[in-house]
Design a protein. Structure first.
Lengths: 505, 505, 505
């Protein structure tokens, strides 16, 4: 009796059924031949044995459409079949099945909901991209395509990646009807650098190529969360796409001109927005599209605290989190705890640790946060003390110019790192008057400003012009960012910086 | 016929038996239901199939006590059973079985011997803690709880960890009746830092959480050998315990106030002793309690040489090693070889390499030591030459004050590292007169002293007071230790140090 | 009916046969006893079950020769047997079989061809060593010995290792009749340092010892490609050989006196040649001996471009590559792309990425190269610009002396690294006049010279003599090389260098 693959259950083990399906993949083992069938409702692997290493049913090719008799059985907890009879479909019937498959795929891949969790004209504008993102993810799950998640290793990056993870992993388990499938078809790695570094892209490809050669895996879907859209990412994007990977980017940083190298590019700047809709917030909405059970207001609200963004969208997420019992202070503390653990986790993939901070029972969540927050507060105070001692404050007419050797006033590899420490010092200094703060290390200056007459990006461009030999790069927002250069240029660049700031006066 | 699990053997495969046991764990697979049974004498996994993914014997819960009929068979070399009939025990019988299990467990977990290998009033005082340590380890093995061993990457740390490993691994293999079990239930990692760094704790938790989610493993027993008892370890201890890990610490360094965060804390300082009973010696005794076959005098004697400790306990271990044919010179050379290999192994887990140095046949052991010792001697001489050239010797009335940029007179990442090199220079200088030696790097000073008027800990406290903004931390023994601080403070701290030492004069 | 193992096929599953073979290995599992048989034509694992964990056929020992009746079957896609009857061979028959096995082994291990791909008197002189290399590799494959390939992480090292890989992997697959065998019996790792560092040797041993203990693997055959023959490699060679590893070295760098620590040592210097026959070229010839299907002219030609070598051999490889459609410009670009990817792959083992650059279809190959080459060209131009700005050019009578803080004019961890950057600057400067170029970092000087009155090795020796306390080491060719020393000595060494060069004038 004819069946669809989607109708089959483990309990059909032992029965025979008739299927019409596309032959997606054929793998010849040293024993039987394996055929992966797909009919739009699901996938099934069926075996046929015509002698050890002998190709069974040679008339079936990859891409053929056929009618088949299959004896079902369970192997290692999953449903498999034995192919007993097969006949190619006549062309008309094949075309009809193809259309049916495409229609069915598109229908299944399209998000069950596309209603935003909050009211936001800006997010409505981004919605078509978010829907495309969710559709691509759902399709990858249905195609048994491995998903590689790469994310920024800060609070915003973690919440974004974990919101998507909360949506994706249950779909993978349910599609394969197998708890273990999540370890085969999904992988997440934090990245220390705020870009998809070429070395990371090569590492992903190395793993991918090995998985393809060794286990017959498909080309991956790569998700970049909270980075991926700047000139620094370009070569990596080109490289992974040359190997057949699809790339989805969700980010809120000022993008470069790389949109065309992503399959989907979700970034508020692309529709006239700014960075205040941070990645964790965007990912919370996409997660809801992928899997409507995910309504992760806490994730969005914590992300907003982590990145210190504000706006009408932030207010709504924070309010929703408040309704769930999370105070603003708790959100702030939780954001700092995630940042702290992220610092020490570095590039370790941990499927449980940060999730636990976000998803535990309230009592345990509180306990975990309390355990860390005292330590965090002490360390921040200590480093702030050091930074205050070593900052040189040059009084200007309209503002204070602060210069601090920030790399040398923090403890190597410990929390808080220079980028965080400069923020602490800035928050302290700006309370009294406008301030432009330069924290330098051997080959960088990280900058914070609350003086409206200064723009990080303008400064970065001037620097680049003045020191063409110094390999200057960087920038950021008007009020915060950093520049990098070669160590040999540090002294002259600091001297130039002082003069530059004086001229602003 | 009723049996105890401990009586069952692989050769009972094919037989049916009756058991009374506690249901420790129930796991529902997509195929059968798995029950882990425990009756105090052993564990057995039994399967029952009520349809794919259907819960068999729903009347059995985790924690139930039942009488069961089981058909035994061998699966992948281990004994398993098929559950054919089960009835819950009446309350009285259940209580009796529980008591029997608890009694049996306590009896099996308690060490077969608690007699020390040497005579030592101090170790007698530590014995209750050592017995508790051994009991906890034995219990973890019986509960199939994974054991994570973390140890200092020097000779003392290695010998301590390997002594315990020699005791633990055979118990694991015998408990599971499976050679392969040692790779699932035991893991050892050297740590470069002399503390349980937060990043290492997170890495252990990440692995643990994945093993729990993926393979149904239990919370681990974590053993910290030759570190773990100071303020620097506090946050890590709290964190792993928040995830249900048990922590056993065996150490001889001056402890901080963290004892209450360890399940067992073996440290001579806790009973009024000092650091002369080094960790390798303590672990040798504990290993003997865990597994009486382990009488590892060589380990203890080599550890003593590695840490250059002395005392009546050391003398006895060295004498016992001498009876086994190991000369003092060989012990010293062996200690240096372990230190050398430890330097290059860094954080690699190697189940065989250092073990081989300690446990090979005498002929091979000699050959391995000879191969390395010439190289080690040459490298030490070379670095000592460099250090002698660059040390500034300031003659004082009662001693010499030596200052050397030790990080810059050693070769990056090669043996000997700065901490070792300063020791070599100190041993050279102190021969002629008392000396206080400061070896500095960009953010640290490592100190050795043979002048009785100086105390590292007093100096560290003064420094902390004088430079509250420099994030000073550290200390050690009176005669040896180190201080760390931020790089920006180096110059002023060196200037302060000179004045401080002059005032001692 | 008596058979040889080499005659057996998967399709013999179900049949019984009679074999005469040596018992190579006996493994007692908790179930059956496993015997690994070898008769010179192939290996076969046969099982016998005498009760769980009971040793079957106790009269058979490792090393015995026996006549056996075996029932064949297929297990996980490979042929296995069940041992039904066995009788030890009488001594004479055993001796005859042993001789037959040895003869057969030697015959099978000896290369099917020993004809060079090009005409070269020098390579003819090296041929006996190359044949021994190929023989050892073929023998390792036949003995199911794991092969560990370590290679320099530059273009020459990669092409050399990958040429050998192209030859070895198909042999492994065919010997075991199993695609998956390549992942068990072959491993390749690039090494950042141009030597077999002791830490890498320990890592290899750690893995090896674990594989031996856990999976019953044999001692490995270690291949060192494009390094391995200097004093720096000595301790590593001794150590791995103490653990039973065989070591084959193919290299073209000036060797130290370590030849006797390698089982085979292929290096043109050993037969009076120089470095112009680079490792990729040598390995191309050896690959052809190992597996005559490998005629990898492209690999050799790209290697030559990577190492900028020249000579009659180079001309022939380049000409052959030209016949295949590869222009000199393309070879140069491809060499640079491999170098670029090698830089970012660091020590990642990637079975596919660099292979893909060398082995893709021409169209895809072109596309992959074009994608990278623009980026590479830009980065090289930028770093050359920086180096030109910061180089101090001291005009001498007969040449220019250039000094540049090369570590500080490149971007940390990005391409091009200092060693590459100094080459770019040198190529630029030498166009106008002879030049001696010193690029220094905190603990090294890297040197390039086109002035005939200067010799890197002579300079290195003078330096060593003048600064015995500076732990100077290094050297290279007359015209290119580097010296390393402790950081404390940098200033005085630079001052000495200036005077030394002035005296050359």
């Amino acid at each position: 009796m004819e069946k669809e693959i989607g109708e089959l259950h483990l309990k059909d083990s032992g029965k025979t059924c008739e299927l019409r399906a596309k032959i997606e993949e054929i793998q010849q083992t040293s024993g039987p031949t394996l055929f992966t069938l797909f009919d739009g409702t699901g996938s099934l692997v069926v075996k046929a044995f015509a002698g050890p290493g002998v190709r069974a049913f040679p008339e079936l090719k990859e891409g053929s459409f056929a009618r088949m008799h299959i004896m079902l059985h369970v192997y290692e907890g999953a449903l498999e079949g034995e192919l007993q009879k097969a006949s190619l479909l006549p062309p008309k019937e094949a075309t009809a099945l193809l259309q049916q498959i495409q229609y069915s795929l598109a229908k299944k891949a399209s998000p069950p909901t596309t209603k935003l969790l909050i009211h936001s004209p800006l997010l409505e504008q981004l919605k078509p991209r978010m829907v495309a993102f969710a559709t691509a993810v759902r399709q990858a799950v249905m195609e048994a395509r491995p998903i590689i998640m790469r994310h920024n290793a800060d609070t915003d990056g973690y919440t974004a990646a974990l919101a998507l993870e909360q949506a994706i992993v249950p779909l993978i388990i349910s599609h394969h009807d197998d708890e273990k499938a999540q370890w085969h078809y999904y992988r997440r790695s934090p990245s220390k650098a705020p870009s998809y570094e070429y070395g990371d892209a090569l590492k992903d490809l190395a793993t991918t190529l090995q998985d393809m050669a060794r286990f017959g895996m498909k080309e991956p879907l790569i998700i970049l969360a909270d980075f991926g859209g700047t000139r620094d990412d370009l070569l990596s994007l080109k490289k992974v796409r040359a190997y057949g990977a699809k790339v989805l980017i969700v980010d809120h940083h000022e993008p470069g001109d790389v949109e065309k190298y992503a399959d989907v590019f979700v970034n508020p700047h692309a529709v006239g927005g700014d960075s205040n809709n941070c990645t964790g917030m965007l990912a919370t909405e996409i997660a809801h599209f992928i899997n409507p059970k995910c309504q992760l207001f806490l994730f969005a609200a914590v992300a907003a605290h982590g990145d210190k963004v504000s706006g009408p969208e932030v207010d709504q997420y924070v309010a929703k989190a408040g309704e769930l019992g999370f105070s603003e202070e708790f959100l702030k503390n939780l954001a700092e705890c995630i940042d702290f653990d992220a610092h020490y986790l570095r590039f370790i993939e941990s499927r449980g640790l940060v999730n636990d901070l976000l998803l535990s029972e309230p009592e345990r969540q509180k306990q975990l946060v309390e355990m860390l927050i005292t330590e965090i507060t002490e360390r921040r105070a200590a480093v702030l003390g050091a930074a205050k001692h070593y900052v040189e404050k040059v009084p200007m007419r309209n503002f204070i110019f602060g210069i601090v050797p920030i790399a040398n006033v923090t403890i190597k590899s410990e929390y808080p790192a220079p980028g965080k420490a400069i923020g602490l010092l800035f928050d302290h200094l700006k309370e009294k008057q406008p301030v432009i703060l330069f924290g330098y290390g051997p080959d960088f200056i990280t900058i914070r400003s609350s003086y409206s007459g200064f723009d990080v990006n303008v400064f970065a461009k001037e620097l680049e012009k003045a020191f063409p030999h110094a390999l200057v790069c960087g920038g950021g927002h008007q009020v915060a960012g950093s520049v990098h250069f070669i160590e040999a240029a540090l002294t002259e660049i600091l001297a130039f910086s002082r003069k530059y700031i004086e001229r602003l006066n």
